[in-house]
Design a protein around this ligand. Sequence first.
Ligand SMILES: Cc1ncc(C[n+]2csc(CCOP(=O)(O)OP(=O)(O)O)c2C)c(N)n1
Ligand SMILES: [Mg+2]
Length: 384
Amino acid sequence: MRYLPTGRRGLTQVVKPESLPMEDDEPFTVPISEESFDTYNFDPPPSSITTTKNQLRQLYRDMTTIRRMELAADTLYKARKIRGFCHLSTGQEAVAVGIEHAIERDDKLITAYRSHGFTFMRGGTIRSILGELLGRREGIAHGKGGSMHMYTKSFFGGNGIVGASVPLGAGIAFAQKYDETGKITINLYGDGAANQGQVHEAFNLAKLWGLPVIFGCENNKYGMGTSAERSSAMTDYYKRGHYIPGLRIDGMDVLAVLAAVRHGRNFVKGGNGPLVYEYTTYRYAGHSMSDPGIAYRSRDELQKNRENDPLSKMKTRIIDWGIMTDDEVKSMEKDVRSMVNEEVRIAEEMPPPIVDPDVLFEDIYVAGSEPAQRRGRTVDETWY
Ligand SMILES: Cc1ncc(C[n+]2csc(CCOP(=O)(O)OP(=O)(O)O)c2C)c(N)n1
Ligand SMILES: [Mg+2]
């Protein structure tokens, strides 16, 4: 493994293209700006992280894919093909992508309803996510869940009740500890959920029982149209675990997220109990499709945050560090765009669910444990 001169922390240009290894999979280190973190009773992540050229390309590709997928969802919604709720995470892609690159597939992850990016990173296909939004049978939840209820094997959704996923995540971490799996849980919630009593009840038990969980507040500055300052007496969400160490991370920088979660994973895996992370980020779109997102924040604020775009930041690094040329990046972006377009086409062609009570009521009971009689669907179907 090569250690590159990292120079002064905080400068991206300290990675010199000529000092990079030739091979795409050969590990090397890149510096991480110390300004990316604020700590609370916790050591910050190391000043550099180990990565490869392939991983740096993949980080950019993954963020670009999520952005394209959600822009496609936006278009489908505006064409009235997607109905109901639809919460986009444009602007917040570095959080989902950085986390996934820092954990293992059989670690667990749970979040609230802004979940398309996490679903993709946890193994959901683009067609199954878009198919779900379109209400199709081949959608990831057979078209019955929609935007807020998507799951994969190690991903527990997707939850429409603000704050409710946090104690569930503590429960998942409890099971991991009980079963001695050696794995961890990433437990995400929004700034709008951070003041809920159940979040703090989960903190208490997680600390008391030393659970392997990284709580993570995705602070995108708003809960619907209410700013964090108007809803929280103290907006340093990484300190809100009181007796739990915390870390605030620049959530617009995918490498900072990757470094922080890798570091935190080692800590909680080592039996040191939970952590409370705060990823500072920004959502470009409104809260949901019915919110234009401009009544409670200024265009100037939006513009300033867009200038800090996680995709553009990573793209600049990849080009400056000589990982890819400008043309190679453009061709990757083109490739992602046409791949997503093809997924949209496939999703749109998926059939709707069959109109049949057996289809409607499937997946409620564990297969084989269904009761002989169904009751309660209509008034005449009630038995006592
Ligand atoms: C228990 C509960 N209360 C209220 C709502 C309505 N609601 C939906 S989203 C939301 C805001 C949550 O904001 P935040 O946690 O910051 O998540 P973000 O939308 O920013 O991702 C609220 C109040 C709800 N779904 N559940
Ligand atoms: Mg929020």
